[in-house]
Design a protein around this ligand. Structure first.
Ligand code: NAP
Length: 427
């Protein structure tokens, strides 16, 4: 039986687009044989024709006119791997409006305009697929949308940013400072020259918003995700964490509590016995807790052109098949679920205080904690420059009370510095 030909318009030919073009050009026959879909790369839009491209890419496929690729009657399906909001948003809407399915890897776009774009896809009866937008090459979105479509998901915990995981695991393994581990990641090309989007948690927050929409149908946008980065984590925190039985990870956490959705990104103390604690280097992993299925973990390469292109290719074949039979898969059904503010969260906390080393200080600090109903599960005291460092792990406490404690502790003259306040993941 001959394969069904589907003509692909590619918007963007950088890390992801270039890797996808290479696979489509090199593996076309194998893919057609295996899947029954013959993917023909028809046109490729870029910003600068002169930039180097994959050697096998015929120069006459390149164009500066992305709009013309979308409206070309010879293009059946559009892949958007340009990045950014505009013109990507308008191009995706134009493609869907013209009845062409779209595959995108653009987390920023989906995390801010997902509802509009999925609505357009549903109206057009066409796919808008986005496996590569969260955790790159790791299959996560399809399992959430399909295998777990009816599952009551309780919580998703994700290491969804490889750069920060590389930095934090480097600090844990070599004793490097944050600045040293960041510089190494930059040298290896794992962190941008301006690392803000990664280290301040913006990238992970966009992915948390997408997870909230796919796993919970929550209608969350990136700006609503509570966000804290890793720049304040020091080698002392990493050492203390390990001694206490934890690894520090930047987590995207999305959970449903009493019908309300909490979505946040912050460094977290992950028990060493939890599968996420052993995820090293630039790997991504997403841990899903379902009421019926129990615990699941998805692990793999969360970034990089080739792993992400693999996820785009899977989507492309799915969308091409659906197009050839005249339909589409499911689009996320979003409802504006109530939000649970971070102040209402209840959990354990790791807290370090640098204090003056004199009698009565511990009593004063304990008094403040007790006055705000924050009880201590463990406390260590160690010498710190001409003073003492107190390291606490609390019993579960309300974030609002913990923050009130911190404000009051700031006011104690015996407290020189409040160091890390890191949320502890329960298991
Ligand atoms: N890189 C990863 O590991 C990864 C992983 C998962 C998801 N993603 C997502 O995938 C998307 C692409 O990432 P990337 O790393 O491949 O980006 P990239 O290397 O910067 O490539 C972007 C491509 O889009 C083209 N482009 C940008 N604006 C354009 C415009 N207005 N008209 C025509 N072409 C335009 C660029 O053209 P020129 O080449 O001429 O400049 C370039 O080829 C982003 O949304 C990103 O978040 C990336």
């Amino acid at each position: 039986m001959s394969a069904t030909r589907v003509r692909v318009g590619l918007l963007g030919c950088g890390n992801v687009g270039g890797a996808l073009a290479e696979v489509l050009l090199a593996d076309r026959e194998r893919i057609a044989r295996r899947t029954g879909t013959d993917l023909e790369l028809r046109a490729v839009a870029v910003r600068d024709i002169a930039r180097p491209r994959p050697a096998a890419l015929p120069a006459d496929l390149l164009t500066l006119d992305a709009g013309a690729v979308v409206s070309d009657p010879g293009v059946d399906l559009v892949v958007e791997v340009m990045g950014g909001i505009e013109p990507a948003r308008s191009l995706v809407l134009a493609a869907l409006g013209a009845g062409k399915p779209v595959v995108t890897a653009n987390k920023e776009l989906l995390a801010s305009c997902g509802a509009e774009l999925w609505g357009a896809a549903a109206r057009a009866g066409r796919d808008l697929l986005f496996e590569a937008a969260v955790a790159g090459g790791v299959p996560l979105i399809r399992p959430l949308r399909e295998s777990l479509a009816g599952e009551r998901i309780r919580r998703v915990l994700g290491i969804v940013n490889g750069t920060t995981n590389y930095i934090l695991s480097g600090m844990a393994e070599s004793g490097a400072t944050y600045a040293e581990a960041l510089a190494e990641a930059q040298q290896l090309g794992l962190a941008e020259a301006d690392p803000t989007a990664d280290v301040e948690g913006f990238d992970a927050a966009a992915k948390a918003a997408i997870i909230a929409n796919v796993a919970f149908g929550a209608g969350v946008v990136a700006g609503e995700v509570d966000r804290e980065g890793i720049a304040s984590i020091g080698p002392d925190d990493i050492t203390a964490a390990r001694r206490l039985g934890f690894a520090i990870k930047l987590l995207a956490v999305v959970e449903e509590i009493d019908g309300a959705i909490a979505a946040r990104v912050h460094p977290a103390m992950v028990p060493l016995t939890h599968p996420l604690a052993s995820v090293r280097g630039s790997f991504n992993a997403v841990f899903v807790e379902g009421a019926t299925v129990g615990d699941l973990m998805f692990l793999g390469r969360g970034a990089g052109g080739a792993p992400s292109a693999s996820a785009v290719l899977g989507d492309l074949l799915d969308a091409a098949h659906n197009l050839s039979v005249g339909g589409s898969g499911r689009t996320p059904a979003l409802a504006a679920l109530p939000r649970r503010p971070i102040e209402d969260l209840v959990g354990a906390y790791y807290l370090t205080l640098d204090v003056v080393d004199r009698p009565g200080v511990l009593h004063a600090v304990s008094g403040v904690l007790g006055a705000h109903s924050v009880s201590v599960r463990s406390m260590e005291q160690e010498g710190a420059d001409e003073g003492a460092r107190l390291v606490f792990v609390t019993h579960p406490a309300c974030e609002r009370d913990v923050q009130a404690c911190l404000r009051e502790l700031h006011g104690l003259d015996a407290v020189r510095r409040i160091g890390g306040l890191i949320r502890v993941v329960d298991q």
